[in-house]
Design a protein around this ligand. Sequence first.
Ligand code: AHR
Length: 508
Amino acid sequence: MTFEASLIVDRDFDLAPLDRRLFGVFVEHLGRCVYNGIHEPGHPTADEHGFRNDVAELTKELGATIVRYPGGNFMSGYNWEDGVGPKDQRPRRLDLAWFSTETNQVGTHEFMAWCRKVGIAPMFGVNLGTRGPDEARHYLEYCNHPGGTALSDLRRAHGAEEPLGIKFWCLGNEMDGPWQICQKTPDEYGRIAKETAKLMRWVDPSIELAACGSSAYDMPTYGVWEDRVLEHCFEFVDYLSLHSYFVKPPADTSTESFFAQIETNARYIEDTVAIADSVATRKRSSKRLKLSFDEWNVWYRARHGEHLKQAGWPEAPRLLEEVYTAEDALLIGGMLTMFMNHADRLKVACMAQLCNVIAPIMTEPGGPAWRQTIFHPFAQAARWARGQVLRAVVRSPGYANARHGELPYLCASVVDDAATGQTAVFLLNRSLNDEMDLSITLRGLGMDRQLVQAEQLHSADLHATNTVDAPDRVAPQALNGVAIAGEQLRVTLKPASWNVIVTKAARA
Ligand code: AHR
């Protein structure tokens, strides 16, 4: 069966410029993300710092723009001093976040070298679990102060003559979570976040700071946490963080419900904006806080049990190695359209994580690296979404969802780049059985449009995965049959498919 749907945008009805930091990722000292992931000194492709070139090349292809580091839960027990200076003098430590041994062979300088290698901006976090404002200001001084003080000269002595120039800093991680090393109440955290932010800005006024929101939308303290924390630190921070991992509960394993998490997370963003703005109102402030969705992904299979205490405090154990399906990739695509459609307040988002740990890139020690299914929608969006997000008006039949009511089959976003004349349209057909006959109107964006790129991600088997033996089982293919007439495009989308269409027009 085929059904009809339409998408209309108008050049004059724009939402916001798309912040390219929406295509961020996350590298935590966890399992095999760093060690035996991006870093494997004995690997045939390793560079002089021990970083795998094959992983670096895939990271570039993924198109990530910013990377959060060094955690995660790991951050709440981390001593930054352990990861600088001569490697043979660095301490081995128990990592209480993941019950592993941390060797500290990768630290601040090595990670910055990797960021430069792959062309990604760093987003660092400070430990507000076991530590506090004093260590945070010292770490920032070590990294960003030009020189002439003990800490900045120590950095120079460690080989970095110039400041590292780390602009984005997270004030701790998931401080509301009982699993966190030194969980805090909202008042405890709000106070410490404020004082830490104050000191860090005095050290370097050019930085941007993100405070921890709740660690999930369904935390019992969600809402109260945001309100209390911001009561303390609203004036001192630029961003509030959101984290979300998409699950398929055993009680409801339907794909339709799984895809409805797009709306759940849209609501999470909108509710968080509402709370932040209500704090602003209470404080008689015109400031509008920005959001940083700095952990997000599908994560429900390799989730339970493994992070509990393991025998022997292993180094780089295989933890949270989720194997992604075609169905997951479609949800990721839909989630990216939703992020774009919130570009007015959502400025940063980090897929968690990058390599091996709930990740788009997998590796085998001494062996190959490959792309998981979720790699593809991310890479396509990161490549083509540039410019101004336009307000997408969607008309589509849909399906009933217990939480959200009637949901359209079509999820769409449109980003227009006036500089190149290119308009990118991102489309998820959530119907599992029916083709979508879609008409797209790009009003006021120029006539005589040329097709630049049209690709679809679709698999007859929603459970198909990419593995070391079959790394390209799920991969984008050409989307044929895009008809262009004036401002109008027409195309048929397969059921359960994610699609990207880029066209270009000569502009007046
Ligand atoms: O990404 C894995 C973990 O999930 C992170 O360490 C933590 O912040 C979150 O709970």
